[in-house]
Design a protein around this ligand. Structure first.
Ligand code: SAH
Length: 256
């Protein structure tokens, strides 16, 4: 049905790049700009580079952590100049809009999507990549693959504005449910970790990559609301015998 896009910039160090991103967004009709741990966006240089997209620039929301910036999003699209963590699907910029169209196909409510852009020098770190449901690369010269941040925002904003369908055929029968949002995913990971610590499956002194692998596994295919309830219910059910084990011992079935 409807896709709502937010552009998330992480750790941007050049204020002018934030202005350029705002300008690129506005030319394609987008306005939701989220800034995670970036330099200031309220500077003369940012304003100059925004070239009239001051409204987008000045309404930007600031966050300390990526999790907070994408808590309401059903899909988190990391962007990268080079192939990175292949635990989630890597798309080309041309494939992005169709992937989002499929995710949003005929869903009853709005699909909220975050497009996440990394630092000028080092891009996105592994922890941030692990919070992405998909990765996107703009195909460029393999020997010189790094675009300026504002240019990368421009290309992806263009692809989305031309490729996303505003309305879908609502006569289709199947109504796929939306993937869970970021906040629900964080609660699932916390719950999983709690249960695995309690059961002894996760050794806090030697966690290896267990939580990271599980995170990548679930991010690749986020459960919808009903599936999430099943997972959370299952986790609670295995927690109960752990905490209630003692009761069972001291209070055997009186009918026996
Ligand atoms: N040196 C960094 C590149 C940073 S460029 C690196 O190698 O990762 C700053 C940001 O612009 C990147 O984090 C990414 O969000 C975006 N970007 C630059 N080139 C891109 C490309 N070819 N495809 C997708 N995103 C790109």
């Amino acid at each position: 049905m409807k896709v709502e896009l937010s552009f998330v910039l992480i750790g941007t160090t050049h204020t002018g790049n934030i202005g350029a991103a705002a300008r690129a967004m506005k030319t394609m009709g987008y306005s939701s700009l989220r800034l995670v741990d970036t330099c200031s966006h309220r500077t003369d240089e940012a304003k100059a580079r925004a070239s009239g997209a001051d409204d987008v620039l000045l309404s930007a929301q600031r966050y300390e952590r990526l999790e907070e910036a994408v808590a309401d999003c059903h899909a988190v699209i990391g962007t990268s100049a080079r192939p990175r963590n292949l635990a989630v699907p890597m798309l080309s910029s041309r494939e992005l809009a169709d992937t989002l169209n499929t995710l949003a196909a005929n869903a009853e409510s709005v699909l909220r999507v975050a497009l996440v852009f990394g630092r000028e020098r080092s891009g996105l770190n592994n922890q941030e990549l692990d919070r992405c449901t998909h990765l996107v690369q703009i195909p460029v010269n393999p020997d010189f693959s790094s675009l300026n941040l504002g240019s990368a925002v421009q290309v992806l904003a263009y692809e989305c504005s031309t490729g996303l369908h505003a309305l879908r055929d609502t006569t289709l029968e199947a109504k796929p449910a939306l993937p869970s949002d970021g906040a629900a995913m964080e609660r699932l990971f916390e719950h999983l970790q709690q249960v695995m610590l309690q059961s002894g499956f996760l050794d806090p002194d030697n966690p290896k990559h267990l939580m990271r692998r599980l995170r990548q596994y679930f991010e690749r295919n986020r459960p919808d609301e009903i599936e999430m309830n099943v997972w959370r219910g299952f986790l609670s059910s295995v927690q109960r015998p752990v905490s209630g084990a003692h009761d069972n011992e001291v209070n055997p079935d009186p009918s026996e």
